[in-house]
Write a protein that binds this ligand. Sequence first.
Ligand SMILES: *[C@@H]1O[C@H](CO)[C@@H](O)[C@H](O)[C@H]1NC(C)=O
Length: 233
Amino acid sequence: MAVGFHITAAILMLAFAIVYASDPSPLQDFCVAIGDADADADANVFVNGKICKDPKVVKPEDFFFQGLNKPGSLSNPLGSNVTQVNVNQIPGLNTLGISLARIDFAPYGLNPPHTHPRATEILVVLEGTLLVGFVTSNPAMNMKNRLFTKVLNPGDVFVFPQGLIHFQFNNGKTNAVAIASLSSQNPGVITIANAVFGSDPPISPAVLTKAFQVDNNVIKYLQSQFWWDNNYP
Ligand SMILES: *[C@@H]1O[C@H](CO)[C@@H](O)[C@H](O)[C@H]1NC(C)=O
């Protein structure tokens, strides 16, 4: 019985090691990223994350970003703008498993349904009113993907668990501003509509008509709608 327990424990530990899902822990105080251009200059070598700069030449600016007080431009079809502050803006975030974003919304602006493959998000509303929500992953037989939704006012905080599809919609008549913190130096984003209808090259309409159970013309229309922005954050 004791042997059985130890084997079970060992298998469980192995399983946890394999499914460990957030950024790996740093093995030194910091590992300030070298710009991709510098790192790739001599060899086409890529590591999981970014190569560390010599700590002797690291400076305060490597941990610094300014301008998050400024709203992003809202003159786009969605009426929202995400200003990202991740390892690409602050090289000192490399290996630290955390990042930030400012999200601006025009009245009725939308940060459309998307997921962050590598991060949980915690969002605080500073101004305005947001209707937010996330949907659970595929449920057990005969059940539905469950929506968790809430209307947020200034000071309200909401969590979007890692990998789940979520959105934020300004349902008020004034601009809204939120700050999101994410549990990865490089959370990534998959905007559902862009990925499915705006890929390059496009996914075959034969696949999408079957997947969405709609007419070919509907798919052609949606694919034509999403040409404009294949990389919306
Ligand atoms: C977001 O705002 C920045 C700064 O104003 C601007 O450069 C960028 O084009 C905007 N993005 C979108 C999608 O509107």
